[in-house]
Design a protein around this ligand. Structure first.
Ligand code: ADP
Ligand code: MG
Length: 230
């Protein structure tokens, strides 16, 4: 896979998520603005004021977190192969997809493994691959959708399951998934999945997809477990 294509698909991901990130940052700003007005209104007890301050700080921290996560996706970094804590990556994935999910009125359920699990690869590319799969899942759902992200260990393998209860795919569509320019979307390019698959394969990962029209889709991505300390 050409680095150039991976980079340009990442920029597409970044720009497609921009509106939801902006929206999610506007909420805390509105909240903080309201509380600052209350703080200035007078007649507020010291205890109340401390409570308002606490909420303001929490909301600002949340906004900062969203921006940091988002910028980390946009940042172009030289390839670096390292030991990746996949529990942390699962949380990152859920966090960054949360803004997009809120924007599309779908919920996210996450379950990470209890023990720390590691795999080997390029963290930023892995993020790109997983976000695209998660983003497709969100786009496949309507407002009562649930995206589930589930991490578990199976023998010497780390399994990440990304499932949706969206439109699903026919066997023909499933067959074409990952081939260039296959898209059922108005503004789709049909390159995201191809890039995701290539990144995952390069990490010795395997992808197993099950899908049923009207029921949903399950992406099961498995990686060989990396040895901590190697
Ligand atoms: P794009 O999102 O730009 O269309 P992708 O390569 O990311 O390109 O996806 C290709 C196509 O695969 C989508 O247009 C869609 O038809 C199908 N697809 C991918 N993931 C899902 C999913 N979770 N549920 C239903 N269809 C999906
Ligand atoms: Mg896509």
């Amino acid at each position: 896979m050409q680095e150039e294509m991976i980079r340009s698909e990442r920029m597409k991901l970044v720009s497609e998520m921009a509106a939801s990130v902006a929206h999610e940052i506007r909420n805390p700003l509105t909240t903080v603005r309201g509380f600052i007005q209350l703080l200035g209104a007078g007649g507020t007890s010291a205890e109340r004021k401390r409570y308002y301050e606490k909420i303001c700080l929490e909301e600002l921290d949340r906004a900062q977190h969203i921006i940091t996560d988002y910028l980390s996706l946009a940042k172009t970094e030289a390839e670096s192969i390292e030991m990746i804590n996949i529990n942390q990556e699962t949380d990152y994935l859920a966090n960054i997809l949360l803004t997009y999910a809120n924007y599309n009125n779908v919920k996210i359920e996450v379950r990470t493994a209890e023990e720390p699990l590691f795999i080997v690869g390029d963290k930023h590319k892995l993020r790109q691959a997983l976000i695209n799969i998660g983003k497709n899942a969100i786009e496949a759902m309507s407002s009562d959708g649930v995206l589930s992200i589930d991490l578990q260990k199976r023998g010497q393998t780390v399994v990440l399951k990304i499932s949706d209860n969206g439109v699903g795919m026919t066997p023909e569509q499933l067959n074409r998934l990952g081939s260039p320019y296959f898209s059922t979307k108005d503004k789709g390019t049909g390159l995201g999945t191809m890039v995701s698959f290539s990144i995952i394969k390069k990490m010795d990962g395997k992808i197993d997809i099950r899908s049923q029209v009207g029921k949903g889709t399950i992406f099961e991505i498995s990686f060989p477990e990396g040895n901590q300390g190697v």
